[in-house]
Design a protein around this ligand. Structure first.
Ligand SMILES: Cc1cc2nc3c(=O)[nH]c(=O)nc-3n(C[C@H](O)[C@H](O)[C@H](O)COP(=O)(O)OP(=O)(O)OC[C@H]3O[C@@H](n4cnc5c(N)ncnc54)[C@H](O)[C@@H]3O)c2cc1C
Ligand code: FES
Length: 358
């Protein structure tokens, strides 16, 4: 008797749920909605899609590194009018101050009526590019160096450390993934990416599978992780694995424009075959007196007589205390946390530490 009642209630809830989804998808017609941006731009679009999707369709490029899954938090925009309350899923990403100020994740906000939003003015500078694959080579067992020659427009202006978003069309859908530019920003016609293959990964699998000459669509530049050139202080760069990519761009820019500053590169990898571009930085250390290179292996073999252990442990030993400077970190979250603690203990102000976690 109780079992029958439970089955009936579950079945009833399922039918109601499906009905709501059906009404929302098929019957609901939100009509034409006006989206106003920064009070001086607007477009009209049929409601029913996410704000992020409508912005992208109308060539407003918002960072969306997780491709709209609601996990990266990069796509937040301030909604001035028409947004309604944030969803519970957004509360996991947006802090209470951001929620009180009206921030929403644009990938989670379904447009049902007119909206007025505010986005950082630099987002309006982001452009779409078409390129073609000009080089693809494995640099470790799972990281590929990929070069993309820009075809239309032919040049991309960016700051060392910034990233692009690659467009991936699959199964009738469009997704985006973020990849840092590892190239010298002075070479504006071609960008280099270093892509680590993730098992069953959509974006990394796509980039690893491309043949030379294959066309690619991307947008950029994105990100506030870039070298600040307004000081003459020491630069501390810390990379873990493929997190080397944006730091390589910073190092290349430093060589051409900022050599008067001391630059220390701490670079952690598992073993020697994983330490890619090691020869470039070794030769920099021999050539430039202000360049100091600290590679470290966490699982070193007998053929390695350099630093061993995790990179934050090496910094604990080698980074001078009390020195001022600024730091740029890129690698997995656990590395960023451990390194940040070492840097602040050594005297680098928290507001002079920048990072990208991935
Ligand atoms: C600002 C920024 C810059 C980035 N720059 C780079 C870069 O220069 N080079 C680079 O290789 N990546 C970079 N990334 C990461 C990149 O955007 C993708 O997240 C990564 O390539 C995985 O995407 P995917 O589509 O291949 O995997 P997905 O299809 O998204 O994921 C497939 C599965 O793998 C899991 N997964 C996702 N990432 C990892 C991981 N790192 N380790 C283990 N499991 C994982 C997922 O949870 C999922 O189960 C950057 C990310 C950000 C936010
Ligand atoms: S795109 Fe990642 S949270 Fe919205």
């Amino acid at each position: 008797m109780i079992l029958n009642a439970l089955i009936f209630m579950n079945g009833f809830a399922l039918v109601i749920g499906l009905l709501i989804i059906f009404m929302d998808r098929v019957i609901s017609n939100y009509g034409l909605c006006r989206i106003t941006i920064n009070d001086d731009k607007e477009f009209h679009a049929q409601g029913g899609k996410s704000l992020l999707r409508l912005l992208l369709e109308n060539k407003y490029f918002i960072p969306s590194a997780c491709g709209g899954k609601g996990t990266c938090g990069y796509c937040k925009v301030k909604v001035l009018e028409g947004g309604g309350p944030a969803l519970p899923t957004e509360a996991l990403i947006l802090n209470s101050r951001e929620q009180a100020q009206g921030f929403r994740l644009s990938c989670q906000l379904k447009v049902k009526n007119d909206l007025s939003i505010e986005i950082p003015p630099e987002y309006l500078e982001i452009q779409e590019y078409r390129g073609e694959l000009s080089l693809a080579e494995l640099v470790t067992s799972d990281i590929k160096r990929i070069r993309i020659k820009l075809v239309e427009p032919q040049t991309l202006t960016y700051k060392p450390g910034q990233y692009v978003q690659i467009r991936i069309d699959h199964d009738g859908e469009t997704d985006f993934r973020a990849y840092s530019m590892a190239s010298n920003p002075d070479k504006q016609g071609e960008i280099e990416l270093n892509v680590k293959r993730i098992p069953d990964g959509l974006g990394s699998g796509y980039l690893h599978s491309l043949e030379l000459g294959a066309p690619l669509d991307l947008s950029g530049p994105y990100g506030d992780f870039y070298l600040h050139t307004d000081s003459d202080e020491r630069i501390v760069c810390v990379a873990g694995g493929v997190g080397l990519a944006p730091l390589k761009s910073i190092v290349m820019y430093w060589r051409d424009h900022q050599k008067h500053r001391r630059l220390e590169l701490y670079y952690g990898a598992r073993d020697l075959p994983d330490l890619y571009d090691h020869d470039i930085f070794t030769s920099f250390a021999e050539t430039y007196e202000n360049f100091h290179y600290y590679p470290a292996l966490s699982d070193a073999g007998d053929d390695w007589n350099g630093h061993t252990g995790f990179i934050h442990m090496v910094m604990e030993e080698c980074l001078e205390t009390g020195n001022t400077g600024e730091a740029y970190l890129c690698g997995p979250p656990i590395m960023i946390e451990a390194v940040t603690e070492v840097l602040t203990n050594k005297g680098i102000a928290a507001e002079r530490i920048w990072y990208d976690k991935f």
